[in-house]
Design a protein around this ligand. Structure first.
Ligand code: UDP
Ligand code: MG
Length: 322
């Protein structure tokens, strides 16, 4: 049987002033209930990660930290995106906690499944994924595009948990291993399964945001999808090689056919069809160059070894060893 754990709830926040005042008390209430029922130790905390917000989010976090010692906060020096914010929080607390639960601050993820997550940890699991059982509250387009993307990733050979976003429990043991993943192109949903360890899922129904609107525009979602694919798999490049081989083989057969026709005295007519084929192949070549370029760009970014997050403020003193 495991020891009662110290839990850190990691909450990324970007321009969430409308939301935070409503959801922060709910996180604290949950922490309270979990502590009272003896599931977690009283040293447990909620860590808010301000992702370079331009509104009053950081001021709200500071006020929360002043009012209640169980609330702490860090602020990124600028907006770096959801994945970087979650990673910054996880790396910040990895040496102080036994377990972390990352959750969005907008009230969409059901906090009541945290109990079940902690129970699964006590039963021996190191990672517990929060999986959306239904996406009724998401728009039709978001639902369809998300499901298409999960299928695409799976087909490309990447291991991701279907309908799981960034609501998950990770133990300190796994966090220490994740710290060794030095990539800049961060896609936590893919990195956590790559780290391995015993994992399981809990299911919940996704709700609507309590206020404000989603920060994931179509182009941001596309960007995250591209990051996911390029950080997890090189299958697109393999597909290009396979397509290239198939097209070359076909052209070779065509050349033989043309030469045979020539010697039989039947010249090949058809300027239009030749043009169509050239345009088609040119288009394919451009797409292929683009896909390879995408990977080359990612390699370029990785070689710079730039920091993945920069913490500019904390609501607490940095411990000596940090
Ligand atoms: N978020 C962030 N940085 C960003 C965008 C979003 O930290 O650049 C946070 C946001 O505050 C929220 C979570 O990430 O807690 C998920 O964002 P959102 O609710 O907008 O995405 P959706 O739920 O629509 O996918
Ligand atoms: Mg949301």
């Amino acid at each position: 049987m495991r020891k009662t754990p110290v839990l850190y709830v990691i909450v990324p926040c970007y321009n969430e002033e409308k939301v935070l005042s409503q959801t922060a008390p709910l996180f604290l209430e949950k922490l309270d209930k979990l502590t009272k029922s003896g599931k977690i130790l009283p040293q447990s905390r909620v860590l808010f990660v301000d992702d370079g917000s331009s509104d009053n989010t950081w001021q709200i976090i500071c006020a929360l930290a002043k009012r209640d010692e169980r609330c702490i906060g860090i602020s990124q020096s600028r907006n770096r995106g959801h994945q970087n914010a979650v990673l910054a929080g996880l790396m910040e607390v990895k040496d102080w906690c036994d377990i972390t639960i990352s959750i969005d601050c907008d009230g969409q993820d059901d906090i009541d499944v945290m109990d079940e997550m902690v129970e699964k940890y006590m039963a021996g699991f190191e990672v517990v994924y929060g999986v959306r059982s239904r996406r009724k509250k998401d728009g039709l387009f978001k639902r369809a595009s998300a499901q298409f993307f999960y299928r695409l990733l799976r087909w490309m050979g990447a291991e991701v948990v279907y309908n799981h976003a960034d609501y998950r429990l990770i133990s300190a043991k796994v966090l220490k291993e994740l710290a060794e993943f030095k990539e800049v192109n961060i896609y936590l949903r893919g990195m956590v399964p790559l780290a391995g360890f015993k994992s399981t899922s809990v299911y919940y129904e996704r709700r609507e945001r309590v206020a404000g609107k989603s920060h994931y525009s179509f182009s941001k979602m596309l960007g995250l999808a591209l990051d996911g694919i390029t950080s997890l798999t090189i299958r697109p490049i393999r597909l290009i090689s396979a397509a290239g081989t198939a097209v070359s083989l076909l052209s070779f057969l065509m050349i033989i056919w043309v030469v045979v026709q020539f010697f039989m005295g039947k010249t090949v007519h058809g300027w239009a069809s030749t043009c169509a084929i050239i345009c088609f192949v040119c288009g394919i070549q451009l797409i292929c160059t683009g896909v390879i370029g995408e990977y080359v760009g990612k390699i370029y970014l990785e070689t710079k070894h730039r920091p993945r997050y920069i913490i500019s403020d904390r609501t607490y003193e940095v411990p000596e060893e940090k």
